[in-house]
Design a protein around this ligand. Structure first.
Ligand SMILES: *Cc1c(COP(=O)(O)O)cnc(C)c1O
Length: 413
């Protein structure tokens, strides 16, 4: 690979950028600078081609037809499941359940636990969660009358691990925590959290939506019970994601939705369910989405997660250094153990106003609560501006962004 002008690593970002057609469009007359990767990532041509090929050549329903198209679609869909299994190092391909995304996956598990919890049970959530990993559990606790306790966070935006140890003395049945916080970029010590949960007999679910664009998790090495993620944050399409669960849990949990595909036999007296993973995949799934998700995983692996992580870390350090020279800048979250997410405010300026002005310069960032209101409440703020970088971003883009913030700050002060 030729040395990039943009970085001192051996990573040719300009050639990577050519894979993403959207990166060459302009916004408001300026070249697009896309720094909203923590909300959704962009899609490379290699994945777009797979989507076009599906609808152009073999669009049909799976698992039903004897006809050729249906067989082709079924094979490709099951291939994608195996790509996913390999990527996450699941023991069995039937431990990978295709869902519509992280939110759906968490609801599936929370719904399943309704029959496994009673009012004397406790479950633990972390203070750093996305609403997706809070609300389904609140609904579960309302239904079962189980108690929901919160693992608190520190001023640095990390989890308070001493408090976690203390909460584990309550013998919780279940712990749910994200691998990486979407609002602050905090990388949580999930290895330690999983081991400690298991020591007291608790199951643990890891929300990996924000981790999988940067890290390749090994579910067997982690010994995690449930790991969930979305395709659209890792170069795949929206509307598809996975639930990884240990086989024993998938046997234990009841189905989430009833319908076609998930049954073995149906009479009006009784229905028996299909085997794994189909028991959890009612109705026609996002077939094209699943296949494209597999292609996205292949694409990211062709670049390599070590390469991605080290380049993104360089972008993070570069941007943090430059942004800290801006007057009134406050960056939230940890200084170390974080991914390429920078959540910030500038003194005296509303994040929304900042976001609106720099959009005029073609720069896309997220503003607001980032679906994590408890974190904003903790810091006593209404929201932040958030820039999140991917491996296809560059230092030149960060330079333009930093100049843009300075200009916006001047206009707004
Ligand atoms: C994006 C995100 C979610 C929600 O994912 P959906 O694809 O919207 O279901 C949940 N948790 C975290 C940490 C996220 O970043």
């Amino acid at each position: 690979m030729k040395k990039s002008q943009d970085s001192n690593t051996l990573f040719d970002v300009e050639s990577i950028r050519k894979d993403f057609p959207i990166l060459s469009r302009s916004v408001n007359g300026k070249p697009l600078i896309y720094f909203d990767n923590a909300a959704t990532s962009q899609t490379p041509q290699q994945v777009i081609d797979v989507i076009v090929d599906y609808y152009s050549n073999y669009n049909s329903n799976i698992h039903r037809g004897v006809h050729t198209l249906s067989q082709e679609a079924t094979d490709k869909y099951e291939d994608a499941r195996q790509i996913t299994q390999k990527h996450f190092n699941a023991l069995h391909s039937h431990e990978i359940v295709f869902t519509s995304g992280t939110t759906h996956s968490i609801n599936l598990v929370a719904n399943g636990f309704a029959s496994l919890l009673t009012k004397s049970d406790t479950v633990l959530v972390s203070a750093l969660e996305h609403h997706s990993n809070i609300v389904p559990w609140q609904m579960l606790c309302e239904k079962t009358k189980a108690t929901l306790k919160v693992i608190p966070m520190t001023q640095d935006g990390a989890l308070d691990m001493d408090a976690y140890d203390t909460l584990l003395l309550l013998n919780p049945k279940l712990v749910f925590v994200n691998h990486i916080s979407n609002a602050l970029g905090t990388i949580n010590p999930i290895e330690e959290m999983i081991q400690k949960a298991h020591k007291v007999g608790a199951a643990i679910l890891i929300d990996g939506a924000q981790a999988c664009p940067h890290i390749k998790p090994d579910v067997q090495a982690l010994d995690v019970d449930f790991y969930v993620t979305s395709g659209h944050k890792m170069c795949g399409p929206t509307g598809v994601g996975i639930l990884y669960a240990k086989e024993s849990w998938l046997h234990k949990l009841p189905p989430y939705q009833g319908g076609g595909e998930m049954i073995s036999e149906v009479t009006f007296e009784e229905t028996t369910y299909a085997g794994l993973p189909h028991k959890f995949e009612a109705g026609t799934p996002n077939i094209c989405g699943g296949i494209a998700f597999g292609a996205a995983i292949n694409y990211m692996n062709s670049i390599g997660f070590d390469t991605i992580a080290s380049y993104e870390h360089e972008l993070l350090e570069y941007a943090t250094r430059k942004m800290n020279t801006i007057e009134g800048m406050k960056i939230y979250g940890p200084k170390e153990n974080k991914t390429s997410v920078i959540s910030f405010n500038i003194k005296g300026i509303h994040a929304y106003d900042l976001g609106t002005i720099i959009d005029k310069l073609g720069i896309a960032i997220r503003t607001g609560q980032h679906c994590a209101q408890p974190i904003m409440d903790f810091f006593g703020i209404s929201g932040t501006a958030r820039a999140s970088f991917s491996f296809y971003n560059t230092k030149q883009e960060i330079d333009v962004f930093v100049e843009g913030i300075k200009r916006a700050a001047m206009m707004l002060h």
